[in-house]
Design a protein. Structure first.
Length: 135
């Protein structure tokens, strides 16, 4: 039976790995809080993200909604847009998730998140994302 940490790392690998951004955050804590990244991997990915009941893509969309609502989570939004894509979420679904956050989190937070999503999608050659409306 894998440890919580091994289960968490395996879940991150399913989503495309820890990624450069997330790894930089983990590395930046080595001299002040070396246990914090391990705890994040164990709890967030090994205990919660790896649970049955929601697929990885839906979990990533929930995470994006929460991060947008919190505000000020640009690095985490960038990492989780990448994880959502790694989980098979389509670019339009990410755009719609961010758009859905507008009535709850407000335009400033949604616009900031959309800007981050645009950067991630552009870097992966996934732009343009088609519009759902023709108005």
């Amino acid at each position: 039976m894998p440890t919580r940490y091994e289960r968490g790392r395996a879940r991150q690998a399913e989503l495309g790995g820890a990624g450069e951004l997330r790894q930089r955050v983990y590395d930046s804590l080595a001299d002040i809080a070396p246990d914090l990244p391990r705890l994040a991997v164990e709890f967030a990915y090994g205990d919660i993200h790896a649970r049955p009941g929601l697929d990885a893509g839906r979990r990533e969309l929930v995470i994006l909604g929460v991060l947008i609502g919190l505000g000020g989570q640009e690095a985490q939004i960038e990492a989780h847009v990448g994880s959502a894509l790694g989980a098979g979420v389509q670019p339009l679904e990410i755009v719609e998730t961010i758009t859905q956050a507008v009535p709850y989190a407000g335009f400033p937070r949604a616009l900031a998140a959309m800007s981050i999503a645009r950067q991630v999608l552009d870097a992966r050659g996934l732009l343009p994302v088609p519009s759902l409306t023709k108005e």
